[in-house]
Design a protein around this ligand. Sequence first.
Ligand code: UT7
Length: 349
Amino acid sequence: MTDANWDGLPLAGTPTILGGVALVGSGSAVPCQRVTNDQLGQRVETTDEWIRSRTGIGSRCVIGSDETLTSLSKQAAEAALKMSGWSADSLDLIVLATSTPDDLFGSAAQVQAKIGAKQAAAFDLTAACSGFLFAVITASQFLRTGAMRRALVIGADQLSRWVDWDDRRSCVLFGDGAGAVALEATSAENNGLLGFQMKSDGSRGDCLNLPQFQDHLPLVASSTYQKGGFETIQMNGQEVYKFAVREVPAILQTLLSATNTTPDGLDWLLLHQANQRILDAVADRFDIPKNKVLSNLANYGNTSAATIPLMLDEAVRDGRIQPGQLIASSGFGAGLSWGAALIRWQGPA
Ligand code: UT7
């Protein structure tokens, strides 16, 4: 198991932290097709009542024939740029958190080209449902050291391509979407990423994975090759549930302690939108009232790396999240991986 943390003070042997990072804009996009629980009940043996009561999910959006992960990411990125008042060619960096790129070599460069961010380096980062927070933390390192000035972090996934739509135990959970945030280098006093925690435990990875085919074909005499291709999402729902309700409160507690923050000082709890029961259990652990717990999974299901920026963007645009407010966020999922960040939302200048 690996462990890394940062509590605002440089650790011995790490580069000096020069400045802060401000979250100044957000954007999001979901596919046009919406599939309700009742519609899913026409395909697998399930009911709206079962799905709502066990997960809180009412419907999800699924990528259609004229949409791609790149096109959704482009829409989310452009909305975040617009809110920030930035031109695309002012970007230095694009990090696309996704486990489901359109191209196995990565989709970030396609997004970079489509939005016209000619100066930006772009790469994908894979950490499943923790990917967005891991990407925000990664991009922030370039900004805080002064190496770069402006970054766009996108969380996007199209799990609908990889779900077994005949497996009622998993297919009811997932949906597709994309969300983005604009990050800018700023002074240490204006820093908006007040602390973070990241964890991985590959020894428990088989609770939730998407393995490759084991398909060995003859190559030349006495050699074989493994044909490319993936199976469908494999999940032990109960194990993942137990992992989430144990590890998310623990990592949030570590984050709060490291940043001298009390739960009642938080304006919002913004968790990976996997299951309403998980959101409720984590909030209960900290006595955080329901009106401070952001939730939109009823409309989108679990969109993996997209859930946190999708929810953030919705709450910024409808005025719930205001400039200067404090948000505790946690992502968790396949890997297994999990992370947390304490964020002060700044919004556009
Ligand atoms: O990003 C992380 C992604 N993964 C997760 O967040 C998953 C976390 N886990 C969960 O959210 C929950 O474990 C689930 C929602 C997946 C399942 O809820 P549960 O309360 O743990 O149900 P269960 O697996 O214990 O199944 C209870 C029953 C079973 O029937 P029997 O064996 O008791 O007769 C299942 O076969 O519910 C049955 N079932 C369903 N019934 C109707 C499972 N899926 C369905 C379904 N509709 N879609």
